[in-house]
Design a protein around this ligand. Structure first.
Ligand SMILES: Nc1ncnc2c1ncn2[C@@H]1O[C@H](COP(=O)(O)OP(=O)(O)OP(=O)(O)O)[C@@H](O)[C@H]1O
Ligand SMILES: [Mg+2]
Length: 270
């Protein structure tokens, strides 16, 4: 199966691989012998109850955390030094309070060695797309939550990485802005042929965007339950009323309800 731009033309090759990965915070086991492969060009959504370990999975995938056992590799050559090689938008935006919108967004370009003037020009070109026109010189404390999220998303896309990890990128946006940003993200994905992993709590969003949805049920996670999204592209908002869409939605809903009930059961027994 091929994805996005490459549909039907390129052979599948791995972009990100977890091989029998285990990870714990002190006493709390989050992943146990966990394996996963994301292929080049895929768009994959990750969903699961709060606290199951979704953000932790991303911190392992971008090299901020190291696994206790197993291997995490990037690309065909199995690169295992992941730090700085992955575009990452954290769940909590990590904008630097003493830098303006322009200066925050330009950071990855400057780190790559681009001249400041060129970096700022590139950021300025992108600001209107992100609904931030006229805000270049504002500081993070002057922005709404949704605007901060968009600066953070802009910064992640400017890393130029082939793999983009987005941790609940649209959770603070109103319905209309959210739809616009989702469409923008899909067009970026199509145009650049990048690979996107997106964490969300929104089942509709998970399905509308992705080639497959990974459901993490309970920590320690041993395997993600995989739900393929075999709906054509491009996808329009109306698709959410389509019987095929509703069937996938029900399937994910059942898996999540099952996970939440099982957690309640464990809690009562403990
Ligand atoms: N730095 C840390 N030290 C100790 N425990 C942590 C740390 N970060 C997260 N945890 C714990 O690990 C578990 C998984 O956290 P994580 O942030 O990955 O969950 P999540 O699935 O992203 O949740 P949410 O949907 O609420 O964002 C939680 O129980 C959390 O309390
Ligand atoms: Mg999280």
């Amino acid at each position: 199966m091929a994805y996005g731009l490459s549909e039907g033309t390129l052979a599948v090759s791995p972009m990100l691989q977890f091989s029998q990965v285990s990870f714990s915070y002190q006493q709390r086991s989050i992943l146990k012998d966990f394996s996963l492969q994301i292929d080049k060009g895929e768009f994959v959504s990750v969903i699961g109850p709060s606290g199951v370990g979704k953000s932790t999975l991303f911190h392992l995938a971008n090299g901020l955390l190291q696994p206790d056992a197993g291997q995490i590799m990037l690309g065909d050559n199995g690169e295992s030094n992941l730090l700085g090689k992955v575009g990452y938008m954290p769940q909590k935006d990590l904008l630097l309070p003493w830098r303006t919108v322009l200066e925050n967004a330009a950071l990855p370009l400057e780190i790559k060695g681009m001249k400041q003037e060129a970096a700022y020009r590139q950021v300025r070109e992108q600001l209107p797309i992100f609904g931030l026109e006229g805000w270049a010189d504002a500081y993070p404390e002057q922005l709404s939550g949704g605007m901060r999220q968009r600066v953070s998303l802009l910064r992640a896309t400017l890393t130029g990485s082939q793999l983009l990890l987005l941790d609940e990128p649209f959770s603070a946006l109103d319905g209309i802005t959210k739809m616009e940003m989702q469409e923008w993200l899909l067009s970026l994905w199509r145009q650049l042929g990048i690979t996107v992993l997106l964490i969300t709590h929104d089942i509709e969003e998970a399905i509308l965007l992705a080639d497959r949805v990974l459901v993490l049920k309970a920590a320690p996670v041993q395997e993600a339950v995989e739900v393929p999204v075999s709906l054509g592209r491009p996808r329009e908002g109306r698709l959410r009323y389509d019987p095929a869409f509703l069937a996938i939605r029900e399937q994910i809903w059942d898996i999540l309800t099952d996970a939440i009930n099982a957690a309640g059961e464990r809690g009562r027994r403990a």
